[in-house]
Ligand binder design. Sequence first.
Ligand code: ARG
Length: 460
Amino acid sequence: DKTSLWGGRFASGPSPELVALSRSTHFDWRLAPYDLAGSRAHAGVLQAAGLLSREDLTKLISGIDALAADVESGAFAAHPDDEDVHSALERGLLERLGPELGGRLRAGRSRNDQIATLFKMYLRDHAKTIGDLVRGLVTTLAEQAEAHIDAPMPGRTHLQHAQPVLLSHHLLAHAWPLIRDLDRLADWDKRVAADSPYGSGALAGSSLGLDPQQVAKDLGFTDSTANSIDGTAARDFVAEFAFVTAQIGIDLSRLAEEIIIWNTKEFGFVTLHDGFSTGSSIMPQKKNPDIAELARGKSGRLIGNLTGLLATLKALPLAYNRDLQEDKEPVFDSIDTLEVLLPAFTGMVATLTFNTERMAELAPQGFALATDVAEWLVRQGVPFRDAHEISGASVQVCEQRGIELWDLTDEDFAAISPLLTPGVRDVLTVEGSLASRNSRGGTAPARVAEQLLELRQRLA
Ligand code: ARG
């Protein structure tokens, strides 16, 4: 079989069953532009090493360019007999340039170093796309925070009322993890950029005097890989990328879950824009938070892609094994998922209306100011242990009478403890409580304004 990549030592061509199993063009075709870029760079170092005349290099490059145009227009596509994107494009080149010239390009490279390099190039491009989408969501969260900079809401721990916080503070608490995801992407990219595997050959490097650093430079890397075995066998860059996408999904899911809860009748904290919610085919009144639910659901899928990938890599001996072909679909799926999810999610957040009146009304309820009473006592010189007791006793009295802390009279307070002088009323308002939490990173309005500035500087 002289048309395949390994005709020489085989008497027969591959069985149809093998071809069906082996084929990867239905998912690796998206790497075609990167494969062609790799071929251009490779042709360059073949010429520099004296293995290709200048004239042949020119012909090769124009052949690659013509093939690239046909790939782009769809005039050239994978054939069912093509095993993968690399073999399909080699066929395309042979068809265009003939076996003499077309057959020269394969010298000194292997699909093993090709795929490791192309995959990195593809992931680096999509790290940028996903990074831009995440940045868009962070910007939207910052805008919503700014629009509600002084609006209070109930802050919760264990989903129970804990202490009043600013809505802006809470929204920004969802923005910071995404900022760290951006940091993770940038950090990942720096590591991958310095590690171009092209030139590693099948596993051992090349005997042809090719310059891997030149190829690396041509393909947008800062350096080539230090170890050709590692270069062809390592896939931790894929796992790490899949982790970051999974983490982004998890970060979205935590906000999604809150939006779903806030959108219930019982909470009534938010109203979703019609364009970013769905109706029911049977219940005319329904307006559902499907985007948030899809975010929550798809985060599971992103985790699955990561764990599947890790399972593929576990205990895999060096160097390249065909198992590694299984590394692409999960991470392609993670990319496709985030690239369709993030725009919808950002639109939902941007068009969210907050019922700030209701949130403000609920902010102090459930004895959310009890800590303020205790800390007020501490500022009067009372040990916190005693202060906690006294404040707790006040809550108990209120609970028995079915009232809130601010409903207690001066006499009630005095009866609970003589230390509870009328001055305690100063902290029994949401505004007083919020303003008092003025440590760095706290929910005091001035601190949140500062925080918003800090976040925007990080974005810039
Ligand atoms: N399609 C293969 C992959 O995705 C490319 C490398 C194939 N190498 C090989 N020796 N069969 O991993």
